[in-house]
Design a protein around this ligand. Structure first.
Ligand code: 0PR
Length: 385
């Protein structure tokens, strides 16, 4: 008896296809607010090849484990990690932040995290899952963490400070060099959330954009998280947490009796090698030069979009630091709903009364030229313009 019945196969695929038709697709160019993208073709090929691999049992998959090490080396080099650093594969920015705070809590035995209002909502999960407390610091008029307000909030129970290198809502970068100095002075743990910016800021620097240092060149930086499934142009789910001192891995490791290795670090046990192979394949294919071109292109289109939006009489919340635009709107829900009816998806940021547009690699000038007249029409129809 064949295990693979063709009639059933056709039936199931038909059902899947009809449900998939309900989804928006990155290839249509109509998803404008998401931080994810259509993965690079080499990522798709690599992902499929490594579907059955399990990095939770590296003894069975030493080749895949080697790919993981090579990928971590690429990211570590990109972030100027020191010689005795370590890397932990995570599923994305949320797990990156959780794992970093896990290390901070273990190392210090303390529970308070000082962070700005612009921190990703994953920190609310951390507060709940890990019994930690968020100490909020206000933002400056440029939507960055106000460093002058930090020192007053450092207490005996401070476990860590968070710096954001590419905020979720506006793509802003906190003053990480100043945070690093404070953390060195006060002997505090500094985590940098570069889930989005990790694959952008290093290349902006190479392209001579004025952006602050954010990586391990700054001696006070303890950990940095970056996501390959955002600007890394790869498949979901994949991020990395780079850790300044490899010995800190012990803080998040347990004995793993039935796997080949003696210890297992991080949250997950069984985890696919597929996304790791995919992300590594993209780094091999593009290299630093390829990512630099990608970022250059995204920034050119961001500038173009900014001009079109301001020409229309709309205003941005702040000048884009990277490929993220926040467009201020008085009639936020009306504009969003209408745009959605016209088939365009942007993200809604209620508390800033703005929509977020992210110029990901799949967004071309042609797509913006199609979107701008629709945005204008929408704004006129709802009385925004
Ligand atoms: N840190 C930062 C700075 C982020 O922007 C995000 C996600 C995270 C951490 C968490 O990352 P994971 O979601 O990978 O765990 N920021 C995006 C956001 O909330 C996630 C996203 C991506 C949302 C694509 C929608 C979407 O279509 O907007």
């Amino acid at each position: 008896m064949s295990l693979y019945n063709d009639k059933k196969r056709v039936e199931i695929l038909k059902e899947l296809n009809s449900l998939k038709k309900k989804d928006f697709s990155f290839s249509s160019g109509h998803i404008l607010g998401s931080m994810c993208t259509q993965p690079h073709p080499i990522a798709k090929e690599a992902y499929q090849k490594f579907l059955e691999t399990n990095l939770g049992d590296p003894e069975l998959f030493p080749g895949t484990k080697e790919i993981e090490s090579k990928f971590i080396t690429f990211i570590s080099d990109l972030l100027h990690a020191p010689k005795y650093s370590a890397g932990q594969i995570v599923s994305g920015g949320t797990e990156g932040n959780i794992t970093a705070m896990w290390i901070a809590k273990q190392l210090t035995g303390k529970k308070e995290i000082i962070l700005a209002d612009s921190a990703h909502f994953s920190f609310k999960k951390i507060e709940s899952i890990m019994d930690m407390k968020l100490i909020k610091v206000p933002l400056t008029i440029d939507y960055n963490m106000d460093v002058l307000k930090i020192k007053d909030n450092i207490k005996d129970n401070t476990a860590a400070i968070l710096g954001i290198a590419g905020s979720t809502e506006l793509g802003t970068i906190d003053p990480i060099p100043e945070l690093s100095d404070i953390c060195l002075d006060e002997n505090l743990f500094l985590h940098v959330d570069a889930a989005f910016g990790g694959y952008v800021i290093p290349f902006l620097k190479e392209l001579n954009y004025q952006v602050p240092d954010f990586d391990f060149k700054l001696k006070g930086v303890s950990t940095i998280s970056t996501d390959a499934h955002k600007m890394g142009y790869s498949v979901i789910p994949l991020g990395t947490l780079i850790i300044r001192d490899y010995k800190w891995l012990d803080e998040i490791s347990v004995e793993s009796l039935c796997t080949g290795s003696k210890k297992q670090s991080g949250i997950f046990g069984t985890r696919s090698g597929g996304p790791v192979a995919a992300a590594y394949a993209v780094t091999r294919y593009l290299g630093v030069g390829g990512y630099k071109k990608l970022v250059e292109n995204c920034m050119t289109i961001t500038k173009y979009t900014e001009e079109k939006i301001t020409d229309m009489g709309l205003h941005l919340i702040t000048k884009p630091t990277m490929n993220v635009l926040g467009i201020k709107l008085k009639k936020l829900p009306e504009v969003i709903n209408k745009l959605s009816k016209y088939g365009w998806k942007v993200n809604k940021i209620d508390h800033l009364s703005c929509i977020r547009i992210v110029i990901m690699p799949q967004i071309t000038k042609k797509i913006i030229d199609k979107f701008i007249p629709i945005l204008r029409k929408t704004c006129e129809e709802v009385g925004e313009l």
